[in-house]
Design a protein around this ligand. Structure first.
Ligand SMILES: Nc1ccn([C@H]2C[C@H](O)[C@@H](COP(=O)(O)OP(=O)(O)OP(=O)(O)O)O2)c(=O)n1
Length: 414
């Protein structure tokens, strides 16, 4: 089993990737995983409403896991391991003691993706499940070194993000009931957008990605990466001219040094790697370090930059997922407000129709009893037909309004 130090080393060696990586989530023997806000109730076939607590220390989100239900979550973390490692997931004791259960599952070597995490509530009362815990809210991932690394095909046949398992819950929609419409809307979102995101087919580092708190960092990292890539190529091809000072400096300003120092992978670098970097950054070292060592050290910087950019891409992905999920899961989501409005007008239409029909029918009966002669059947038939036609028309309009309000609303997106 890998200890905390082993996991850090495995990340630095490129055997494991955890995005976003946060030191506070390391335990002595593993990494605490958290969920995104996607909480799919298997029993109800819909997302659980996300509730909010606003206190002086900020806003916290949670869901209530219904009694005797199982809820599927996805991890915030993107995890990737190579063929030398496998993993297992264990429940957090704080969850188990609330009465919730997470049945332990396994991580295959060479897995890449967000994880699906099922949490069940076997009790007969609802249980609060906090979505934003400081250091993991659902399970701890343990990693194990394999005696013999696996290679070749068929190590596992699973999708990234296991959306195959999620999609299996949308094959048989509820036939009626208040959850049917929500289930169908959610299915549309999962099939057309969410599954692609879980599979990592979305890219949030494109030039047209909306500006956010990471944009400046992304621009700077890309610029530095471009220059360092060029440097490595020249150094390896022995085309690099050291210039007048006779020194090669990979990082040329304090802001570049700060940029690298603030990257997650740099924080995990061990003494050996830091020494290699120091060797090419010192006044005395630069010229004396041989070319291949210089190129190797610059590649260490490139690893740091790549890790950071991939991590930002994933952070943006989970932010996007959470934003979209809120449209389907908020107690007062955009969708549910629209539905309420549509339902209100549809009810007004139906009530009006029935009222009009009742008045027409009553009028027709009074007229028939009081005035109509048996030989004049048409005079009796006309008001009765009108009375029957009106509610049918109104009901049809109401039904049409109801159907059109079922069309899912697409908003935002990547
Ligand atoms: N909580 C977990 C645990 C594992 N996995 C992913 C990573 C694993 O590599 C893969 C393991 O899947 P299994 O083989 O256990 O799953 P299946 O039941 O689908 O088996 P199979 O693929 O053999 O049908 O699923 C996941 O997304 N979430």
């Amino acid at each position: 089993m890998l200890s905390r130090e082993d996991i850090k080393r495995a990340i630095v060696d490129g055997k494991v990737k955890i995005y976003p990586f946060e030191s506070k989530n390391m335990t002595g023997i593993g990494y605490n995983l958290s969920t995104t806000n996607f909480a799919f109730s298997i029993g109800r076939g819909v997302l659980l409403p996300i509730r909010k607590d606003t206190t002086s220390s900020g806003v916290s989100h949670y869901v209530f896991i219904p009694p005797c239900d199982t809820v599927l979550f996805f991890s915030r973390e993107y995890v990737s391991v190579d063929g030398t490692l496998a993993g297992s997931f264990y429940s957090k004791v704080s969850r188990v003691c609330q009465g919730l259960g997470h049945i332990s599952t396994t991580l295959d070597p060479t897995w890449k993706g967000q994880l699906i995490l099922s949490v069940n509530n076997p009790t007969d009362r609802r249980i609060r499940f906090d979505l934003d815990k400081d250091s993991g809210n659902v399970a701890t991932m343990l990693l194990h070194d394999l005696d013999t690394p696996v290679s070749g095909p068929d190590i596992h046949d699973n999708n990234r993000g296991r959306c195959d398992l999620l999609l299996g819950h949308f094959t048989d929609p509820p036939r009626r009931g208040k959850n049917r419409r929500k289930h169908l809307e959610l299915r549309d979102f999962v099939v057309h957008e969410y599954a692609d995101s879980l599979n990592g087919y979305d890219d949030f580092l494109t030039a047209d990605a909306p500006r956010d708190r990471y944009s400046k960092k992304v621009d700077e990292l890309r610029e530095l990466r471009e220059r360092l890539n060029e440097d490595v190529r020249s150094i390896r091809e022995e085309k690099y001219s050291l210039g007048q000072g006779g020194h090669y400096f990979a990082l040329r300003s304090d802001s570049e040094r700060q940029l690298i120092n603030g990257c997650a992978l740099y924080g995990l670098y061990d003494g050996e790697r830091l020494e290699k970097l120091a060797a090419i950054e010192s006044e005395s070292g630069g010229a004396s370090v041989c070319e291949s060592q210089t190129a190797e050290a610059v590649e260490l910087y490139l690893d740091i930059i790549d890790y950071e950019l991939e991590m930002i891409n994933h952070i943006r992905r989970i932010n996007w997922q959470n934003e979209r999920v809120h449209e389907y899961a908020d107690e007062k989501s955009t969708l549910s407000k629209e539905q309420e409005r549509a339902r209100f007008w549809s009810n007004v239409g139906s009530m009006g129709g029935y009222l009009a029909a009742a008045i027409m029918l009553a009028a027709a009966l009074i007229y028939a009893i009081a005035c109509a002669q048996p030989e004049n059947l048409m005079a009796l038939l006309v008001p009765v037909l009108v009375a029957a036609f009106v509610p049918l028309t109104i009901a049809a309009i109401g039904r049409w309004g109801d159907l059109t309000s079922r069309q899912p609303t697409r908003k935002g997106g990547k």
